[in-house]
Design a protein around this ligand. Structure first.
Ligand code: UAG
Ligand code: ATP
Ligand code: API
Ligand code: MG
Length: 477
């Protein structure tokens, strides 16, 4: 009998949830303490909804059996795993500040091209052949994770690339997942509102490969990202096996990256052999993501000869340097791109990446989300101001904050920026400002289909608005 099984009450449990409002008759309610509330205050209403058992810290009184745990979030993850025990046999967890979605989508495409039934789970939702499930979080709560893993396995998914966010790791959301491989892209500023410091943020991220991944298993690490060396040392110190990729990479060494008309020409060395490849996507940072994904797939049992040529057949995730169209002029044209840069490092990365494709001026539309790290805002503004000739500051999911206040904080780093609160108008202004040879990057919302103002999500798509604006000035969308 496992330690977990010994603690379980002798009652039939029909379902699990940490939300009293979702409890159904016969379910277990996990009373978790969070950032806004203490779940124990909802025990009574959970019981009114039919809860048959409660999971809570020791000493919590309740009129139904209580599963006591010093770490109720961890126990909930373990219970969820037991409740939905099916998981794809090969799961790679991807963490890091930027690039998780891109790496997860690349790895699942590569596995698919190798002939596996492969899926991805993260910011864009959960997808596999015959499976399509919308998610509210990049890394959902453990009950939802295990429902999805079970559902994917039922439709035959054998390989899965899964994003694991720092919130997810800090809150033990993925502790019941059978990871076979882990990957770490980079660590730069984000989410300080939640983690408080780089140290705490990194500690949350590293749980993926120091605790959740079995000992001896591979951790793919991008050598070119900040914290790479620390991650390599930690992987070794905790008995995991670092697999490095990038300019200093030992398994896959990136020898060169050259922007081409509609993609990237890269040279990669693997085990002494050189591969010259054309990646069909814009942005040199995608070369880093592509190599992380390739190493994941190689670690799952494929050779460099099989995997690397397939990089020519994968496509970028929606909303990551996605071409929205071009505006044509008698003396040339100007491209418009939609990107998901919502951290200072990402803004810097995409603007540097677009420079070689821009003969004229770079225009960037930037904003910062409400109810998120406030100190990253001026840094995003500063990155935009130092790398683009024309900065337009606008709203990006103000949530419960005053949008004008957020815009002013972004503008602290970009004092000469044009400020236009209405995002649609900002996009129209960006498109109207273009001249032959220029580029417009619309940053921050990528694939998103809504603008969150207060508790309301208004339909909004950067791609659609950019295309409408281009059509109005006679451009090609
Ligand atoms: C800061 C954070 O991550 N919060 C998440 C967390 O909330 P919490 O644990 O702090 O919960 P709380 O609101 O204090 O409530 C405590 C407990 O009482 C329960 N409750 C509450 C009210 C009630 O009537 N009954 C009830 O039972 C809640 O379900 C919860 O279990 O757990 C909730 C349930 O799963 C999440 O909805 C909530 O996400 C909030 C809304 C959020 O915005 N999270 C974002 C920041 C997030 O998680 N992002 C990451 C990273 C994205 C990335 O950069 O890649 C992600 O993985 O998406
Ligand atoms: N390897 C990278 N290094 C730096 N910036 C990157 C990298 N990959 C992507 N980016 C930037 O970050 C943005 C988001 O990329 P992606 O969605 O892949 O990251 P993510 O880690 O999944 O983000 P999220 O935390 O929102 O889930 C991209 O649109 C691009 O601007
Ligand atoms: N996973 C990130 C996404 C940010 C996207 C951006 N559009 C914003 O709303 O800040 C977060 O929840 O902080
Ligand atoms: Mg993501």
């Amino acid at each position: 009998m496992t330690a977990l099984a010994r603690r379980l009450p002798d009652v039939e449990i029909a379902g699990l949830t940490a939300d009293s409002r979702a409890v159904k008759p016969g379910w277990l309610f996990a009373a978790l303490s969070g950032t806004q509330a203490d779940g124990r205050t909802y025990i009574e209403s959970a019981i009114q909804n039919g809860a048959a058992a409660i999971l809570a810290r020791p000493g919590t009184p309740a009129p139904v059996p209580v599963v006591e745990s010093e770490q109720p979030r961890l126990t909930l993850a373990q219970l969820a795993m037991c409740f939905h025990p099916q998981q794809p046999r090969m799961i790679a967890g991807v963490t890091g500040t930027n690039g998780k979605t891109s790496v997860a989508r690349f790895a699942s495409q590569l596995w698919d091209l190798c002939g596996h039934a492969a899926g991805s789970l993260g910011t864009l939702g959960a997808f596999a052949p015959g499976y399509d499930y919308a998610l509210k979080h990049t890394t959902p709560d453990p009950v939802e994770i295990h429902q999805v893993l079970s559902g994917m396995t039922t439709v035959g998914t054998t390989h899965l690339a899964m994003e694991v966010s720092s919130h997810g790791l800090a809150q033990y959301r993925a502790d019941g997942v059978n990871f076979q491989i882990a990957a770490f892209t980079n660590l730069t500023r984000d989410h300080f509102d939640y983690h408080g410091s780089f140290e705490e943020y990194y500690k949350a991220k590293r749980r993926l490969f120091t605790q959740l991944l079995p000992r001896g298993n591979a951790v793919v690490i991008n050598t070119d990202g900040p914290y790479a060396e620390t991650a390599v040392q930690d992987a070794k110190a905790y008995g995991r096996r670092p697999v490095t990729v990038g300019r200093q990479g030992e398994t896959l060494r990136l020898l060169s990256v050259k922007p081409a008309a509609a993609g990237l020409d890269i040279a990669v060395e693997a085990a002494g052999k050189r591969y010259m490849l054309r990646l069909p996507m814009i942005g040199s940072f995608q070369a880093d993501n592509a190599l992380v994904a390739a190493a994941i797939v190689m670690e799952s049992g494929h050779s460099a000869d099989e995997v690397l040529p397939l990089l020519e057949k994968i496509s970028a995730a929606p909303g990551r340097m996605e071409p929205a169209g071009v505006r044509r002029f008698p003396d040339g044209e100007a491209g418009v791109f939609v990107d998901y840069a919502h951290t200072p490092a990402a803004v810097e990365t995409v603007l540097k990446a677009i420079r070689p494709h821009t003969a004229g001026r770079i225009h960037v539309i930037v904003g910062a989300g409400g109810d998120r790290d406030t100190a990253k805002r001026s840094q995003m503004g500063a990155a935009a101001a130092s790398l683009a000739e024309h900065v337009i500051i606008t709203d990006d999911n103000p949530r419960t904050e005053d949008p004008a206040f957020i815009r002013a904080q972004v503008a602290e780093g970009a004092p000469k920026a044009t400020i236009i609160g209405d995002r649609e108008e900002a996009i129209r202004h960006g498109v109207a400002s273009l001249k032959a040879g220029d580029t417009l990057v619309i940053a921050g919302k990528g694939h998103e289909r809504g603008q969150m103002v207060g508790d309301v999500i208004y339909p909004f798509s950067d791609l659609e608005k950019a295309r409408e604006a281009l059509q109005k000035v006679g451009g090609d969308a």
